[in-house]
Ligand binder design. Structure first.
Ligand code: NAP
Length: 330
C-alpha cells in the first residue's frame, strides 16, 4: 500500500505497536457499515509510535511519542499511520509501547461514557457488561476509582478474577446466570444507576429491566451482533415509564471549529452526528493521567502478538477468548 501523507491538522506516526478494537472484527466480515472503505484497506484504529511528519498546523508534534487513533479509524496496523491531532495524545512516559497502545482508546471511551455522559457519582451502582474486555476493563477501574459499586458481567468464569482484581464488587457470568436478577437483588429491587453496555442485543433488553429511577443507560457498542446498531433500543412508553436516560457515547474527538458541521459527511444515515470536541479530549486525558499517576488505573494488556499473528488474534477476539487489549508489535 502507498505510504500515508498527513494533511492539514494531521500527523504521521511510525507505529511501534497497535491494539485490536472489536470494530475490526465486524470490519473483517464486511458488516461494519460505519467504517466501510473500499477494498483493499488496512485494518486498525489504535496505535502508538513516534511522529515522523506533520501537515500544516501540526508541525510541533514532530518527534513526539504519541498514542493515536488513525484517520477514518482504519490503517493503524500499518507501519506509517496518519491521524488527526484531535485524536492523538502524548504517550504517558511511564508506559511502555504495548501498555500505551492499550491505554488510550479503552480509557477515553470508558471515561466519556461514565463521566462525561453518564455523570457517575460516588456511591452509585454501575453495571458494566463485558467487564474483562478492552473497554470493559477500563470502565471497571474508572468506576471503582470514582467510588461506585461495580457489578461486572463476563462471558466465562475464568474472566471473573481479572474484573475482581480491577475493582468489581460483584461478577456475573451472563451466559449462565441471569444478570437482571443479580442486579436487582444487589440493589434491593431499586435497579442500578448506570449501565455501561458495549454488548447490545438481548443484553440491552435485560439492562433496561434492571435500570433504576434516574438511571443512565450508556449505549457504547454492539459486540453481540452489529445488526442491533440499526434497531430501536426502546419504545417511547418504556422510556417514559422507566424514568431513566438513554445516553449515546462515541469516541471520535473532532476539532472544535468543525464539530458543529459534520452531519452531512457521515457515511451512514444518522439524524445528527455530535462528536465530542478536542477540548473535551484534552480534559479527559488530563483526568486519566492523574489517575494513572496515582496508580488507580492501569492498561490491561491481555496478549502481545507479532504482526504475523494478527488474523489469529482477531479470531480469538471474535470467539470471546481475549481479555483487555491485544497488542500487535512490529
Ligand atoms: N462507542 C464508540 O465510540 C466505540 C468505539 C469503538 C468500539 N466500541 C465498541 O465497544 C465495545 C467494546 O470494544 P472492545 O474493543 O473493548 O472489545 P472487547 O470488549 O475486548 O471484546 C468484545 C467482548 O464482548 C463480549 N461479547 C458479548 N457477546 C459477544 C459475541 N456474541 N461475540 C463476541 N463478543 C461478545 C465478549 O466478552 P464476554 O465473553 O466476557 O462477554 C468480548 O470479549 C464493542 O462493542 C465495540 O464495538 C465503541
Amino acid at each position: 500500500m502507498p505510504d500515508e501523507r498527513p494533511g492539514p491538522g494531521e500527523i504521521l506516526v511510525r507505529a511501534s505497536a497497535s491494539a485490536l478494537n472489536f470494530n475490526e472484527v465486524d470490519g473483517c466480515h464486511g458488516r461494519y457499515l460505519t467504517i466501510d472503505p473500499p477494498l483493499p484497506y488496512t485494518l486498525g484504529m489504535e496505535c502508538v509510535g513516534e511522529v515522523v511528519a506533520a501537515g500544516a498546523g501540526a508541525e510541533s508534534w514532530v518527534g513526539k511519542r504519541v498514542t493515536a487513533s488513525s484517520r477514518g479509524a482504519v490503517g493503524a496496523h500499518a507501519e506509517l499511520v496518519a491521524a488527526s491531532t484531535a485524536m492523538s495524545f502524548e504517550a504517558p512516559a511511564q508506559l511502555d509501547d504495548g501498555q500505551a497502545a492499550a491505554f488510550f482508546y479503552p480509557f477515553h471511551l470508558a471515561y466519556l461514557g461514565l463521566h462525561e455522559r453518564g455523570r457517575l457519582a460516588p456511591g452509585e451502582t454501575v453495571l458494566i457488561h463485558a467487564g474483562a474486555g478492552g473497554v470493559g476493563s477500563a470502565a471497571v477501574q474508572l468506576a471503582a476509582a470514582a467510588g461506585a459499586r461495580v457489578i461486572a458481567t463476563v462471558g466465562r468464569d475464568d474472566k471473573r478474577s481479572l474484573v475482581e482484581e480491577l475493582g468489581a464488587d460483584l461478577t456475573v457470568n451472563y451466559r449462565t446466570d441471569d444478570f437482571v436478577q443479580v442486579a436487582l437483588e444487589a440493589t434491593s429491587g431499586r435497579g442500578v444507576d448506570v449501565c455501561f453496555d458495549g454488548v447490545g442485543g438481548s443484553t440491552t433488553a435485560g439492562s433496561l429491566r434492571c435500570l433504576g429511577r434516574g438511571g443512565r443507560y450508556l449505549c457504547v457498542g454492539f459486540a453481540a451482533g452489529i445488526e442491533a446498531e440499526e434497531q430501536s433500543l426502546i419504545s417511547g412508553r418504556a422510556l417514559c415509564f422507566g424514568n431513566f436516560d438513554m445516553v449515546g457515547v462515541i469516541l471520535a474527538y473532532v476539532d472544535s471549529a468543525i464539530a458543529a458541521h459534520l452531519t452531512e459527511h457521515v457515511a451512514v444515515p444518522v439524524p445528527r452526528f455530535n462528536p465530542p470536541t478536542d477540548a473535551i479530549g484534552r480534559r479527559v486525558q488530563d483526568s486519566l493521567l492523574e489517575l494513572l499517576d496515582q496508580g488507580r488505573i492501569r492498561p490491561v494488556v491481555g496478549a502481545t502478538v507479532p504482526f504475523e499473528d494478527l488474523p489469529r488474534a482477531l479470531e480469538d477476539m471474535e470467539a470471546r477468548r481475549t481479555v483487555g487489549r491485544t497488542v500487535v508489535t512490529r
